[in-house]
Design a binder for this molecule. Sequence first.
Ligand SMILES: Nc1ncnc2c1ncn2[C@@H]1O[C@H](COP(=O)(O)OP(=O)(O)O)[C@@H](O)[C@H]1O
Ligand SMILES: N[C@@H](CC(=O)OP(=O)(O)O)C(=O)O
Length: 420
Amino acid sequence: MEVYKFGGASVKDASGIKNVVSIISSAKKDELLVVVSALHGVTDRLEKLAYAYLSGDSHTNALFEEIKQIHFDVLTELFPDPGHSIFDEISNTFVEIDWLLEEEAQDDPDYLYDQIVSMGEVVSSKILHAVLNASGCVSVWADARNYIKTDNTYREGKVDWALTEREASHLTRLLKNQVAVTQGFIGGTSENYTTTLGREGSDYSAAIFASVLNARSLTIWKDVPGVLNADPKWFEHTEKIPQMSYHDAIELTYYGATVIHPKTIKPLQNKDIPLLVRSFIEPAGAHTEINNQPNPLPVPSFIFKVNQVLISVLPKDYSFIIEENLSTIFGIFHQHKVKVNTMLNSALSFSVSIDHDTRKLDALLESLQKDFRVKYNTNMELVTIRYYNQETIDRVTENKDIILEVKSRHTCQMVMKNKS
Ligand SMILES: Nc1ncnc2c1ncn2[C@@H]1O[C@H](COP(=O)(O)OP(=O)(O)O)[C@@H](O)[C@H]1O
Ligand SMILES: N[C@@H](CC(=O)OP(=O)(O)O)C(=O)O
């Protein structure tokens, strides 16, 4: 069997959904699991709705009405008959959020967030399933929450692999000779409460499914022709990488290549399942295959991250940075769930670059300042070059001041700002 994953960009509107249906239908796979994300932009809106509800904001209802309208506009274009059962089905699904919003937000905020935000995938998968069936490609709808089992770390559910492997046998039976449509991003606890796996987590969901189902391959359909040597939104001249090792894919995604979620590769590598990255715009075009062939990347690859904060942490008594200090510092970053994008230590200071997330930054700085002197600069850029050389470094540092530089054999990272 095979797994296809379609992200929000592929199902952004009615014609996008029709295109996805045509890709699935023309693939003519007997046993195919389709993992779909929420319609483009819907998770961001649901997130806004969740925050509004949690803070008692008076705009909550208006935000929810907008989200419903987006879906009903798409449905109206896809199903000219207003009596089609999908309209009631989607209304009934939204009623679950209505009920929740009627109550005061007293439960754990992360739990409530997941109950609201998960609905984007539930609704999009029901729509895709209905359009597939209407097109003559008979499929079943499968609830990912019954198969991807997690602990109750809401917003960042940790997969219970043993339980998920066990549930996969039911899914294998369901998939016998047919297509099933399920959701990315969401899972369920052993008590069947809904969890999410972390933002942008649908690629990871697809890899979990591929792994526990022992799929022949996972294909992730994107708006780019494969993995390129840089994000085309940042770089004018990019090159497609036809084949990439699991190792390089893990490195690139870890450093922030957003084309694939960083957790996606490991479950595939463990079972030696190839990952194909293809374009939903040109489905027959050449693609990237990520597999166990250890070839180095054919060209240097670039990853840009803007809006970085460079933080330097120094012991208050001017003592050296020793293991004990590092352990305390890492503990604080972990406690505030802040990912370190690059780091460097000297005798007297430890410097890191992190994403500027205002919700987390103030609390992090406050914690660090209890034990250390802290200096920080905002508006930094971080560039990572995999398989760098001097020419590539010169290219990206033109008119920049390099504030911090970390080099290993294959990877160079620089935190920099515009020359003043
Ligand atoms: N190295 C890269 N190669 C190709 N695309 C990249 C790369 N790095 C970042 N991207 C970006 O990833 C986007 C596709 O991923 P994403 O928007 O998350 O898709 P989806 O939400 O549909 O899964 C592309 O439009 C591109 O801008
Ligand atoms: N819809 C979720 C999960 C996801 O991965 O979406 P996408 O495949 O569109 O990146 C999110 O936006 O976080």
